[in-house]
Design a binder for this molecule. Structure first.
Ligand SMILES: *Cc1c(COP(=O)(O)O)cnc(C)c1O
Length: 357
């Protein structure tokens, strides 16, 4: 794919951050962005890397009215050797296309997706933090931009990528977070869009998230929409339980976002000496197993936080504490192993690391 590149003069580049470990998530953006347009009958065209700038969209653009919007979240890391590393980018490219397809949007070639990210990362290399814990976050996004109010898939789309240097996700560091079990709202229903990384899933989930935050908890733990019993996932992370020395997580089934971190932990588990199990768990089973001591650890898993230990779950207005509200050995092990691989410190036995050339 031909990409037109428009560069800024050196003296117009943004000043770099001071301490990357203090960067808040998604508040700073780099010098450049990528955009490409899709027209029905013409396919993808006009690929461009250009200075970071506001988009000009018609107020009738269908994304504003019918919500055809999907996104991805990835990180680029700097290894001690100075290489730029991506983690399983083809999985993000493939999931991007699955999300696009689910929202009746056009797919983008996987090889081009990765090649464009490589091009952008080489151009923006100075923004990739050297410090472990910090990274350059990539946000590939697809939107419908045809100015038309008829309810149907749009005839014009944009795919853009913006980049944001980020510090560790939680300002408190690698300390346990608290979860609030949402019993009134649901995140995703059967046959819905829960498995697509669609912005609309987040829009609908904010009310539940606000309840959790207002009550002093860090994130929501979602239950299934049908029976309000089965544990599904956390705000932007998949959920894991260490139970009877097994690593248990709910199975994907259309209502859970198929996380790449989730998949990676499942693939790492056996090698680290813990059996991975995908099965449904009710919230009652979880609470009983916390009380009986059968559940020894709970943690979330996602690109932004990598592994996020859970120290407390609130269900029906009662708090249940896990592992004395301290980070457990498995959360630590998975965090160390995964970040070790991502930053190029540990052997990449699974061939997950993509060196940007
Ligand atoms: C992105 C996301 C995840 C985590 O996926 P990763 O690929 O591991 O980053 C989990 N749940 C939801 C709802 C998400 O949007």
């Amino acid at each position: 794919m031909d990409v037109k590149v428009t560069l800024l003069p050196q003296d117009q580049l943004k000043p770099l951050y001071d301490d990357p470990l203090k960067l808040k998530f998604g508040q700073n953006f780099t010098d450049y962005m990528f955009t490409v347009i899709h027209d029905a009958g013409k396919g993808w065209h006009s690929a461009e890397i250009k200075p970071y700038q506001a988009l000009q969209l018609d107020p009738a653009a269908s994304v504003f009215h019918y919500g055809q919007e999907i996104f991805e979240g990835q990180k680029a890391y700097k290894s001690a050797k100075g290489d730029i590393l991506l983690f399983r980018p083809e999985e993000n490219a493939k999931r991007f296309n699955r999300s696009m397809k689910r929202m009746s949007m056009p797919e983008f070639p996987v090889e081009d997706f990765i090649a464009i990210e490589e091009k952008l990362l080489k151009l923006e290399e100075r923004w990739i933090p050297q410090q472990k814990g910090a990274a350059l976050y990539l946000r590939p996004t697809g939107i419908a931009i045809e100015p038309a109010l008829g309810v149907r898939p749009a005839n014009q789309y944009m795919f853009f990528i913006i980049l944001s240097p980020v510090g560790p996700y939680y300002s408190t560091g690698f300390n346990p977070v608290s979860l609030y079990v949402c019993t009134d709202f649901s995140r995703a229903g059967e046959g819905g869009t829960g498995a697509a990384k669609a912005g609309g899933n987040y829009g609908g989930s904010l009310a539940g998230t606000c309840t959790a935050l207002n009550k002093g908890y860090n994130q929501v733990l979602w239950l299934d929409a049908k029976e309000h019993r089965y544990v599904e996932e956390v705000g932007a992370m998949n959920i894991f339980f260490v139970m009877d020395n097994k690593l248990v997580t709910p199975p994907l089934g259309g209502t859970i976002l198929p996380g790449i971190t989730r998949q990676s932990l499942l693939e790492l588990a056996s090698g680290l000496g813990i059996e991975p199990v995908e099965r449904r768990l009710t919230i009652e089973e979880v609470i009983e197993s916390i009380q009986s001591g059968k559940v020894t650890e709970v943690f979330g898993a996602g690109t932004a936080a990598v592994v996020s230990p859970v120290g407390k779950i609130c269900y029906n207005e009662k708090d249940y504490v896990i592992n004395n509200n301290v980070t457990g050995p498995w959360a630590q092990k998975f965090f160390d192993t995964l970040t070790g691989i991502q930053y190029g410190e540990l052997e990449d036995k699974h061939n997950w690391v993509h060196v940007v050339k």
